[in-house]
Design a protein around this ligand. Structure first.
Ligand SMILES: Nc1ncnc2c1ncn2[C@@H]1O[C@H](COP(=O)(O)OP(=O)(O)OP(=O)(O)O)[C@@H](O)[C@H]1O
Length: 586
């Protein structure tokens, strides 16, 4: 499918309405020939020949035509406007759905600002085309055609003289279209770039302030702003060159009419009334010529925007719903990695990963930063697909599982906590919106979040996220943990979820997690040994490989990487243990 075919597929639903609207445009354009025609009759028959009794009827006809044209115009403008809004609504929805279905790779490669521009500026260029440009092109072409036909009926020689400017107009319009196309592409590119810059700076304003980089960012913004302005000016410089040409072409019709028409009246080939009639048609010839340049611009803007949107959403996600997907209502939580390897853009991220976890077991994953721990979990959730090997849940390859039920069975608290601009309750209940308040509270208690939530001004109704109150890193992590647990998933993934909470709180969370039903398989990614030492299986990841695995004691006995890390952290861990023994868990 081409970009244009894609666009027209949205217009299909409005085909009948648009045909009716275009029919009304045809009627108004046809009616436009009446008034100049009547003007000619008034001059020739009423004024020159003295048929005064005709005047009243002709004036009524003039008024009626004008009223009918106004009403028809109102109706077709209304149809074009409502159709364009309706079409855009569907298109926005479609584009949004496509964006939501894209995988991690897509979002790694596309900038947020670019994607926002597709949904805003580009959409508006399309709306403008449907609401205005389509009928304008049609109406102006009809007016030009009808006017020419009428002039032909008056005198074909006069019509031929006036038509002489046509080939030049077509040629100039074509030249403008081809010249302006790259300029509009550049504008869309610069607009996206400006959007991205503003979006990043607004979301990253805390970093900007922390580094006192306001002036630096302003100068960078000015560069983006300059580039955008220059791209607009560059396009304007191109189309401005054509404005005087179109203006001259349209005015030349007036010269031709009064020169050729004047000579014809003097020589008696046509009456003065006929000259008045033709002069009444002049605007119908002039206007389209004047508008040609503007409409060519609008058309090119529209084409650029359709191409931009289509090229963004036409990317097929690598992660797709499998055909004949296996759908299992409730997973048991048995997980097996068999010879799993993963390459990203030819970089080896994971190599030959093998392990098996029984339902209800807890797996601790530890390793240096960048060693591939999160990637392991991303593959389990099918955020990326393995390059080699297979990942099985309950003996089923995740690639064959229904994507929705796979992810719905996994509760994940990610490393980068993202909270929506919503209440704390709304954020925790995100994965299970119809749950009761008691369930939200219970999950918050397990995540050790209830206490601090109750201390906030509006408790669970406190707005957090972008437009809400600021939360500490540890508080955000605990809300995200509660969100993951509330879903009642078969598999829980906690990716560095307690890294920002103090060790005492972490210990309490661990206790709560341990007391949960044993039917959940839990993956705990952590840097602190204290977080994972009680796990049934501990995987030590280094440079994309599992270099050690076993339980805490067996790994200590091995005296390898794990034992070294343990010895480094041991003092800290022991101190905490002693403190707990002396003063209880608080
Ligand atoms: N889709 C991807 N494209 C390119 N590189 C990737 C991709 N996914 C992961 N990587 C790279 O793989 C490596 C492992 O990343 P990963 O996030 O799994 O590490 P980690 O062990 O979880 O690190 P940390 O403890 O810092 O969170 C990193 O170098 C990362 O840049």
């Amino acid at each position: 499918m081409t970009a244009m075919q894609w666009f027209f597929s949205f217009l299909k639903k409005y085909r009948m309405k648009l045909i009716i609207a275009l029919f009304l445009v045809t009627c108004t354009s046809a009616l436009a020939i009446v008034n100049p025609y009547i003007s000619g009759i008034i001059v020739d028959d009423v004024i020159k020949k003295g048929n005064r009794n005709l005047l009243g009827e002709l004036i009524i006809l003039l008024i009626s035509t004008t009223v009918i044209r106004s009403v028809l115009r109102y109706i077709y403008l209304y149809i074009f406007e409502t159709s364009s809004q309706g079409m855009l609504y569907t298109m926005r929805d479609h584009v949004y759905r496509r964006l939501l279905h894209q995988d991690f790779n897509f979002y790694n490669k596309n900038r947020t600002g670019d994607l926002m521009s597709r949904q805003t500026g580009d959409m508006d260029a399309i709306r403008h085309f449907v609401a205005y440009v389509i009928y304008s092109i049609y109406e102006n072409s009809l007016l030009f055609l009808f006017a020419l036909i009428m002039i032909f009926t008056v005198d074909f020689r006069l019509a031929l003289c006036m038509i002489a400017v046509m080939p030049i107009t077509v040629f100039i319009t074509y030249k403008q279209l081809t010249a302006i196309k790259p300029a509009f592409h550049k504008i869309r590119q610069q607009f996206s770039s400006l959007n991205t810059f503003v979006q990043e700076n607004v979301s990253g304003n805390r970093v900007v302030k922390a580094f006192a980089k306001e002036d630096y960012e302003i100068s960078k913004f000015n560069k983006e702003n300059d580039a955008y302005r220059d791209s607009e000016l560059n396009a304007a410089a191109i189309w401005k060159k054509y404005v005087p040409i179109f203006e001259f072409l349209s005015s030349s019709l007036t010269f031709i009419l009064y020169l050729v028409g004047g000579i014809m009246v003097i020589k008696g080939y046509i009456t003065i009334g006929k000259l008045v009639t033709v002069s009444g048609y002049l605007w119908m010839l002039n206007n389209p010529l004047r508008m040609a340049g503007w409409l060519a611009n609008d058309y090119q803007r529209f084409v650029t925007s359709v191409e931009k949107i289509y090229s963004t959403i036409n990317i097929e996600p690598n992660i797709k719903e499998p055909k004949n997907a296996v759908e299992k209502k409730k997973l048991n939580g048995e997980v097996e990695f068999r010879h799993v390897s993963y390459l990203a853009d030819d970089d080896v991220i994971l190599t030959d990963i093998n392990f098996k976890v029984s339902p209800g077991q807890t797996v601790g994953i530890i390793g240096a930063t960048g060693s591939g721990k999160s990637t392991l979990m991303n593959l389990l959730c099918r955020f990326y697909d393995v390059t080699d090997g297979e990942i099985l849940i309950d003996g089923i390859n995740v690639k064959n599982m229904d994507l929705y039920s796979l992810r719905d069975s996994i509760g994940m608290a990610m490393q980068d906590v993202f909270l929506f601009s919503d209440t704390i309750e709304g954020n925790i209940a995100y994965g299970k919106p119809n749950c009761s308040f008691e369930e939200v509270k219970a999950a918050a208690k397990i995540a050790n979040a209830d206490e601090f939530i109750m201390e906030t001004q509006d408790g669970y109704d406190t707005i957090v996220g972008e437009r809400g109150m600021g939360l500490s890193g540890g508080q955000k992590q605990r809300i995200s943990l509660a969100r993951a647990l509330l879903k009642d998933p078969s598999i829980v993934i906690l990716d560095d979820t307690t890294s920002a909470v103090d060790m005492e709180t972490e210990f309490q969370i661990q206790n709560e997690l341990n007391s949960l039903s044993t039917s959940r398989t839990v993956f705990l990614i952590a840097h602190r040994i204290s977080s994972i030492k009680d796990a049934d299986l501990i995987l030590v990841v280094d440079d994309g490989k599992i270099i050690e695995s076993g339980n805490h004691q067996s790994l200590i006995d091995k005296n390898g990487y794990y034992a070294t890390v343990f010895n480094h952290q041991y003092g800290e861990f022991n101190q905490m243990k002693n403190r707990r023994q002396k003063g209880g868990t608080k």
